[in-house]
Design a protein around this ligand. Structure first.
Ligand code: ZN
Length: 504
């Protein structure tokens, strides 16, 4: 089966921050997990490079918009390897092939009778690049998001006949209650549709930084319509000489932030209906990471603690895995949640360094000390095996439901279970008694196999550390079907550096 997952494309004139990292990490967890299941995966991310905010920023700096985006896009391109993200392509909406394909689809929407010419007059926020309804503008005509004065815009536009899709959209939401996930975001999108849809501007005639409207080159497409199409256009040129559209479209998951729900849950399916293209399976909406101000307790983790929530600083100091784990662990996916340097420090120490890191190092050390680095060929403890063996299926089912937090918790319960097992069995005591050699064999085999299984299951969240751990266990295969306790699958045990060392 094919599995296609996307992030929203990142707005190029912002600096990459933790929110961008968060969404990209979530998509990467899904992509890596699906690859472990043997699915044919395509994972897309990229940058959104057109629109008025880019043109305004360029003008302010005295450079062309193209110069601005060429300078800023690499900051997002560079973020991907820093996060150890496995995207299959990075789209820039200034790619010529994207522009041509977007023009093709938008022309098709027009040919199908869903575009007309008219005059638009209304309140407009240049920072949102979006028109506001009178209700949104309020009595003082300010942007409810940016708190800046809206401008009154009147211009000749091409319109997309969105209102004609109201019934079709309601039917979509009736037939596919998980089209938008989680539930509360689905309800929000649905009530927006039920409140009555108005036709929307498809083009701008007072702006030149955009994709030209092919049937009237005095217009450029309104950035949202062209940008949304990136999910579809990328497949047509991501692999030179091959068109992947038939193989991967429609997408299984578009992962987005809650601030762009309307565009993805209303405009996007309507556009695809207008073009007579298949709809994506799910729009998965995450909340915002809110910074808690860290007044009060002091944590002497590092001198750059004050900056620790900058993804570049965090990955430099603690590695991509620690950041990936923290983002997915601290906040229940789909909801807003607080993040803080103190919270990061606490999870790093208690969960990564102690729960997982110590479990790994003491297990490997005991196999080396008591059995010369060879895992005994004993059957694992059946009670323990039953619990550990349930992990792969449970995680897979939770990820299928897009419960990324639940999936990580299910995996982590097994990490804790293995730690309890060590304490219960006390292998260091067994080692003192030659008569109990068989028990020690069984315990060491159980621990080593359990550790291997859990490393495979956790691999999508922490690819680098679990890779190191699996290499030390002599079993580098990360296929999920191998995530079952079977004695004797392990090779020779080798040295393992601390997975999560204490920061300097
Ligand atoms: Zn605004």
């Amino acid at each position: 089966m094919s599995f296609y997952v996307t992030t929203a494309i990142h707005y190029v004139n912002a600096a990459p921050h933790l929110g961008h990292a968060y969404e990209t990490i979530a998509a990467d967890v899904m992509a890596r997990h699906m690859r472990q299941r043997g699915e044919d995966v395509f994972f897309l991310t990229g940058t959104d490079e057109h629109g008025e905010p880019v043109a305004l920023a360029a003008e302010k700096e005295g450079v062309t918009p193209q110069q601005l985006v060429d300078r800023n896009a690499p900051r997002f391109v560079d973020l991907m390897p820093r996060l150890n993200v496995s995207n299959d392509f990075f789209i820039r909406t200034t790619d010529r092939q994207h522009e041509a394909k977007a023009q093709e689809v938008l022309s098709l929407i027009r040919a199908n009778g869903h575009v007309y010419e008219g005059v638009y007059e209304g309140w407009y926020c240049p920072r949102c690049a979006d028109f506001k309804t009178d209700a949104e503008a309020g009595e003082d005509s300010t942007c409810p998001i940016h708190r800046i004065a809206l401008t009154r815009e009147k211009e000749d536009n091409y319109f997309f006949a969105l209102s004609a899709f109201q019934d079709d959209l309601i039917r979509l939401y009736d037939e596919r209650p998980d089209f938008v996930m989680p539930r509360h975001r689905c309800n929000e999108a649905r009530s927006f549709i039920e409140s009555g849809l108005q036709d929307v501007s498809l083009s701008r005639s007072t702006l030149t930084w955009g994709v030209p409207v092919p049937w009237d080159e005095s217009h450029v497409f309104y950035v949202w319509f062209e940008a949304l199409l990136n999910y579809y256009t990328a497949l047509s040129y991501a692999r030179p000489g091959a068109d992947l559209t038939a193989r991967f479209w429609p997408a299984q998951f578009h992962i987005i932030g809650k601030d762009i729900l309307k565009f993805h849950a209303v405009f996007w399916p309507a556009m695809l209906m207008a073009a007579e293209l298949p709809l994506p399976e799910h729009v998965l909406v995450h909340g915002f990471l809110l910074m808690r101000d860290s007044s009060g307790k002091e944590h002497k983790m590092s001198k750059s603690l004050g900056n620790v929530l900058d993804p570049f600083v965090m990955t430099d100091e603690f590695g991509a895995d620690a950041l990936r784990f923290y983002c997915m662990r601290e906040v229940s996916f789909g909801h807003d949640g607080s993040v803080s340097a103190a919270g990061f420090a606490a999870r790093y120490e208690t969960e990564l360094a102690n729960d997982l890191g110590n479990l790994a190092s003491r297990t490997i050390a005991m196999v080396q000390r008591y059995r010369d680095g060879t895992v005994p060929a004993a059957d694992p403890d059946p009670d323990l095996a039953a619990e550990i063996d349930g992990a792969a299926d449970e995680v897979a089912q939770l990820i299928d439901r897009a419960d990324l937090s639940g999936a990580l918790e299910a995996a982590w319960q097994r990490v804790r279970r293995l730690n309890r097992y060590v304490e219960e069995q006390a292998p260091w005591t067994l080692a003192k008694d030659d008569a109990r050699a068989a028990d020690l064999d069984r315990v060491l085999a159980s621990l080593s196999e359990g550790l291997r299984v859990i490393a495979v299951v956790l691999h999508p969240w922490m690819p680098r550390s679990t890779g190191k751990l699996l290499a030390a266990l002599g079993a580098e295969d990360v296929a999920l079907e191998g995530a079952r306790m079977r004695a004797g699958r392990l090779g020779a045990i080798s040295e393992l550096d601390q997975l999560f060392p204490k920061p300097q």
